[in-house]
Write a protein that binds this ligand. Structure first.
Ligand code: NOJ
Ligand code: CA
Length: 685
């Protein structure tokens, strides 16, 4: 017995011996999704652990429990799986031992390796993890390249078999469809390898009846996995771990366990989004009293630096002044927004990206941290602090204890960190083992000071927010900022992210721009959506710390700001109602501990008419729908700002029509109708 079958019996993962070597396979509903694929390791200083094993024992168990996230997209999460543990020992030689753990869930499978404590093995210098994924069809794939330092790429849609073509993998960081001749922006040292991607990798079967996502969970003291095409087998991917500067992939001691290798399996694209598999594969929360952890919406001193009207550093146009921050606090207080991010408050920005010299304890002379924090406290608005390291990790590690203590002492409950620049020491990659460990040290340090985190230039999420629920959100995405100073993000980008990057967990994309063609950056830069799509993205692009990113001046006097005032950052349940990857999406989410629903619908560069079915509403209850949407004249290129608001009564079983402009959207609030509402509104037209 070397298999595990999902609770509903539809999915199995099993291990067999092929040519003396353990191979695993995955099946669903009688179809083989992953053909027998090798497992094992090569080491720098020891013989490989690939074959010649004997099975010294297997055990199985079934777990079915339900846990309550501190925050999230659902009130409770069921963790129901069958697990099979297979203990292997080398038949000859030092008799090294290796354990395989397989899990089957109704929404996917996972497996990991464990090295138990043993007499002849006390440390590991992994040269390569030899886990292969022999996928059995040439699926349609959505992916970004295997950049070791950066996930800020536009997702590409190709056949799975096209990933191995290095040229395909490197030449596309452009929103243009016909971008084959763009200059590669990839480090040349990696060009002798076949194409590879950074997970999560999303796949659709040729018959469009199955959706898969390949990723990892619980990444701890290990390097991130990239997936490299096999030059000889068009639909096979091989694990390629991000190297340390000396080429070693992972250096650690025994006992040890790898992250889980995870395959999400769903019969509709929305199933991938609704799954909690990654979180279920992580340990329960280590935060004893999480009462200080609270989702929040925020505005910030941020976009003006990206569009160029203000600076992070001390100039005549310095953004983070006491006076300006107070205006942001006033705005937040007036509009029911929980927090204000302040970037550029501390000295060191003059040498950012040269020789970083950030001091996380010293404010610029025109910014008084205590005064501003106190002002916020009086108005019930939290400050969100900022630590831009520029990649100078040694300096940050020296300072971070005091830096978090300072924020804690003035009552700042959340900090955005950043690693925009090459990691020091040179050769260390953002996604390698040393940085995985650094990011975790920051998580632990922040917990000591009851500070929530929003990490930019992070390592990809792997579900650790279950264990560390103050690890609220992260970037790891080509976010809004690109629209301010690069060729920007294509209309399809945010209808691709929910099915790709968002599977790894919350993302700090920073939606909510109203002035989509800011004069300062025109004509070269603009945001390629309508205003209504910006609102809808506040629901679609899930983050428990959710930004409304525009300048407050751009919100003043806009009726649509009502949606930003009312949209929460924490939810009780959610359903994906429409879903075509890269084309369109509708997500309905119920506000935490409330009967109110928020529904976001968005489209790519094509205008389209979609129907939002209201089956999720309570029967016998009438709701007022507040619909923020494109007008017939809206268009992301010619008329991005145009929107209208219509209101009316709806009930379960009804629908709302969503007439979307090119790169348009619709954002809806549905709340139980009061007697007054029943009189005021007719049926929604
Ligand atoms: C890059 C981050 O993604 C962005 O949000 C931030 O403003 C800059 N770095 C400066 O820290
Ligand atoms: Ca960034």
């Amino acid at each position: 017995m070397m298999t595990a079958a999902s609770p509903d019996g539809s999915i199995t993962i099993g291990v067999d011996r092929v040519d003396e070597r353990p191979h695993y396979h995955v099946r669903a509903d009688g179809d083989t999704l992953v053909a027998p694929s090798p497992l094992g390791f090569d080491f720098e200083d020891a013989p490989p652990l690939r074959d010649g094993f004997e099975v010294i024992g297997t055990t199985g168990r079934t777990v079915d429990d339900t846990w309550t996230p501190v925050w999230g997209t659902q009130d409770t999460v069921r963790n129901h799986f069958a697990e099979r543990t297979i203990r292997l020992r080398e038949a000859d030689g030092p008799e090294r031992r290796l354990t395989l753990v397989l899990r089957a869930y109704d929404d996917g499978v996972a497996f990991r390796y464990r090295w138990p404590e043993q007499p002849n093995l006390d440390s590991l210098r992994i040269a390569s993890e030899e886990t292969h994924f022999r996928l059995t069809a040439d699926h349609t794939a959505w992916w970004i390249p295997d950049d070791y330092d950066n996930y800020e790429w536009v997702y590409r849609e190709t056949p799975l078999s096209a990933i191995r073509d290095r040229a395909t993998a490197i030449s596309f960081n452009s929103y243009l469809e016909d971008d084959e001749d763009r200059t590669p922006v990839r480090p040349t040292s990696k060009e002798d390898r076949p194409g590879a991607v950074n997970p999560p990798l999303t796949l659709r079967s040729p018959d469009e009846n199955r959706y898969l996502a390949l990723h990892e969970a619980a990444l701890t003291d290990y390097s991130s996995m990239t997936l490299q095409a096999d030059p000889d087998a068009p639909t096979t991917l091989r694990t390629h771990l991000v190297p340390r500067p000396n080429g070693v992939k992972v250096k650690t001691s025994v006992p040890h366990r790898t992250p889980w290798r995870v395959l999400q399996i769903a019969d509709r694209p929305g199933g991938l989004i609704e799954s909690h598999l990654l979180q279920n594969l992580n340990e329960p929360s280590k935060i004893g009293d999480p009462s200080w952890i609270e989702p929040m919406t925020y505005v910030g001193i941020w976009w003006s630096m990206h569009i160029g009207t203000h600076t992070w550093g001390q100039t005549d146009a310095h953004g983070a002044t006491t006076e300006r921050t107070k205006r942001y606090v006033d705005f937040a207080a007036e509009h029911d927004i929980d927090g204000v991010l302040v970037e550029g408050w501390n000295v060191g920005w003059e040498s950012w990206l040269q020789d970083d010299n950030f001091d996380f304890a010293e404010s610029y002379p025109d910014f008084d941290l205590e005064e501003v924090a106190e002002y916020g406290r009086e108005k019930g608005v939290a400050l969100i602090g900022h630590h831009e390291t520029g990649g100078d990790v040694p300096s940050y590690e020296r300072q971070m204890g005091e830096a978090f203590a300072l924020y804690d002492s003035v009552g700042v409950p959340a900090v955005k960190t950043g690693y925009a620049g090459p990691i020091r020491p040179e050769g260390v990659h953002h996604h390698g083992q040393q940085m995985v460990n650094h990011y975790r040290r920051v998580v632990k340090e922040a917990a000591e000071h009851n500070i929530m985190l929003d990490v930019h230039e992070p390592v990809m999420g792997t579900g650790i927010e279950r264990t560390w629920p103050h690890m609220m959100t992260r970037e790891g995405v080509r976010g809004m900022e690109y629209n301010a100073w690069s060729e920007g993000n294509p209309p399809r980008h945010t209808v691709t992210l929910p099915f790709t990057r968002m599977l790894a967990g919350p993302l700090d994309y920073t939606p909510g721009i109203f002035n989509l063609t800011p004069e300062e950056t025109m004509p070269d830069h603009r945001v390629r959506t309508t205003l209504s799509k910006q609102l809808a993205n506040m629901v679609v692009l899930y983050s428990p710390v959710q930004m409304a990113a525009d300048l407050i001046e751009h919100y003043e006097g806009e009726d649509a700001v009502e949606f930003i005032e009312r949209v929460p950052a924490d939810w009780s349940e959610g359903h994906v109602l429409n879903a075509r990857i890269g084309e369109s999406i509708t997500i309905a989410r119920r506000k935490k501990d409330s009967e109110a629903w928020y529904v976001g619908t968005t489209t790519n560069a094509e205008a389209r008419i979609l129907t939002v079915p209201l089956d999720f509403l309570d029967a016998g209850q009438s709701y007022v729908a507040h619909v923020f949407e494109d007008t017939p004249a809206s268009d992301y290129e010619d008329n991005p700002h145009a929107y209208r608001i219509r209101r009316g009564l709806v009930t379960t079983g009804g629908t709302i029509g969503a007439d979307l402009a090119r790169s348009g959207g619709q954002a809806v609030i549905l709340e139980p109708a009061t007697a007054g509402d029943q009189e005021e509104y007719g049926a929604l037209e």
